[in-house]
Design a protein around this ligand. Sequence first.
Ligand code: EPZ
Length: 432
Amino acid sequence: MDKLVIEGGKPLSGTVAVSGSKNTALALMAAALLPASGKTVISRVPDLRDVHTLANLLRILGARVDYENHTLTVSAANVSHLEAPYELVKKMRASIYVLGPLLGRFAKARVSLPGGCAFGPRPVDLHIEAMRKLGATIELDEGYIVAKAKRKTLIGAKLNFKLVSVGATGNALMAAVLAKGSTQIANAAVEPEISALAKLLVKMGAKIDGIGTSTLEIEGVNELYAVREENLCDRIEAGTLLTAAAITHGKITLTDIEPIHIKAILQKLEAAGCTIKTTANTVELRAPKKLNPVSIVAKPYPKFPTDMQAQWTALMTQAVGASKITDTIYAERFKHIPELNRLGAEIDINGNSALVRGVKKLKGAKVMSTDLRASASLILGGLAAEGTTEVLRIYHLDRGYEKIEEKLRNLGASVRREQYDEFASPKPPEED
Ligand code: EPZ
């Protein structure tokens, strides 16, 4: 198993290019199931475990998937096995993204219910409700969602999500584009990933209005065509790297980033005392000597993202004063806090909020990753801490950050990846 060993206290400096977006790539890959012929080519796809997990799922469904130099090619002509197995879906919840396109194109699908994850239950009731409204019968059988269109195709409908859901909006979009008639999706997610998915579908020949707004209007078409598309940059990786510069009192420049996608994060970094300069595709951050405490409330886009909540919590351990971190999306997304407290942070959890009292210094220690963004949070803590921090179980990290230790090393951090035996227990002292 791998761990990262970090010698803290080194201010980050330099320039780094942001990788392609994990969450956008996953949505675009699912959409590549829709064209019945040709090759969908997606560039700037990050080399991540989650991407390869979904690529393998597409192959199990019968697609031909190739990945080289961050370009992913999908031929969906021979897709015929319409089942997403538990073994893959339990590894990555986003596998549920194949439900919409399989139902939309083939009028049936059998997709394993995703399990929960480290930060709580991850229900899919909104996905199921949307498919039912689009004319599918859905049964739950041995942990699988068994979906079947009542007629030859799905039928357009009025959908109105009771809460904003990125995944359910994506699935509804991919189901509706080949449905008969028109569909309206109200209270749709407006994350950049969803706008990028909608733009790809339009490029494929779908008819979608309202892209970028919370009300999407779709007119079903008979067929979609394989196209080429460039993936977005990863806004969460960008936010994580900027927060790493802030917590180490450094100065870095990110390239290949669209500042508009991280506006809420930049606003909070400025409030914390950072100086931010942006151009069309770069962001420069200069950190202050002392960080102001800045409270955040994680909400759907364009507000502060829940996927940056753990990283912000780490940063606020170094602020001069107290701040409150609230997550309105995942009430239990605080597994990183006991580990940050092992580094000397003073954080108390109260329901879906955490109170962070800024401390002078963190001290290196062994800490355990519990999920993707928690791993990032612990790395930030280690970068700031005095001495050596070992972040264990970083297989979580490899799901969503491409070569993050290389990027950090190029910015002056002392971080290396090492193997370790998770189950080796310390030996008792030798008998005299
Ligand atoms: C996406 O997950 C992201 N994953 C998550 O990023 C991100 O945290 C989340 O959106 C919120 O922004 C991908 O894009 C692959 P939701 P998703 O449906 O689609 C509840 C990361 O770190 N809900 O928008 O699964 C749900 O419990 C990952 O990269 C229902 O109640 O999230 C949550 O409270 C982690 N019923 C809220 O909605 C449903 O059917 C938002 O979840 C679906 C969701």
